[in-house]
Design a protein around this ligand. Structure first.
Ligand SMILES: [Zn+2]
Length: 237
């Protein structure tokens, strides 16, 4: 993946590592350039304050060899898909010029900031590729290859019936666990690490491997040929 750029968005400092950290570890190992953008410092969370959580996120970004930015939004629990926030995200997309963009999935039964961040990134990804979007004139337009949504909290589809892509992360489980442990303030009451690992384990068993991570593409994806398709595998159960 040398020369490929991945831009991952999260609403809170731990979302990216919990939702798709295993993928990013793999991408970094394969030479991709990683950029993380977080829309709050998690200052309204039950555990940990904003500065503690920022430090935790920076530690995780260091492990990933990733650049990390915190956007000046309305903050934790106040994140909404308004024009101002969408333009902030679109500017990041134009600045980074990523091949792949990652964002939280948008099902309803979860923290509202996750759902809103999903909508923000979806709209930002479109505006970043439109030629004359007001407010983005200073940056070169950019069309990413794909936008993929990852799961953070409880089960739920992306809400629009879109099909999932599963990625085998069997060899990354231990490294992923260590990465998630950077967010020590968030695992005091509930074992979010176990939640992520257990979901990945169940998905993996269904696909005939140890563990798998589920992503929802924004729309249909194009394979270059039958040869590219022949590397994929169907469900085992
Ligand atoms: Zn979150």
């Amino acid at each position: 993946m040398n020369g490929k750029r991945i831009l991952a968005f999260g609403a809170h400092p731990d979302d990216i590592e919990f939702g798709c950290g295993a993928l990013l570890l793999d991408a970094e190992d394969r030479g991709a350039q990683l950029n993380l953008v977080v829309l709050s410092r998690g200052e309204a969370g039950t555990q940990g304050d904003g500065s503690t959580r920022e430090i935790e996120a920076r530690k995780a970004a260091e492990i990933l060899g990733a650049d990390i930015q915190f956007l000046p939004t309305a903050g934790d629990t106040q994140i909404r898909a308004d024009m101002e926030t969408i333009l902030l995200a679109a500017k990041e997309i134009r600045r980074v010029q990523p091949n792949i963009i990652l964002a939280p999935s948008r099902h309803l039964n979860q923290h509202p900031d996750h759902r809103e961040t999903s909508l923000i990134v979806r709209d930002a990804n479109r505006l970043a590729r439109y030629g004359k979007t007001p407010g983005l004139e200073d940056l070169d337009l950019h069309a990413s290859q794909m936008l993929l949504f990852y799961e953070i909290s409880n089960e739920g589809s992306n809400g629009d019936g879109s099909n999932a892509i599963l990625v085998d992360i069997s060899s990354l489980v231990e490294k992923w666990k260590a990465l998630m442990e950077c967010h020590a303030s968030q695992i005091k009451n509930l074992d979010y690490i176990d939640l992520q690992l257990s979901r990945a384990r169940v998905l993996g068993i269904q696909m005939g491997v140890h563990s798998a991570l589920r992503l929802y593409p924004e729309g249909p994806l194009l394979a270059s040929s039958i040869a590219e398709l022949s590397a994929l595998k169907g469900q085992r159960f």
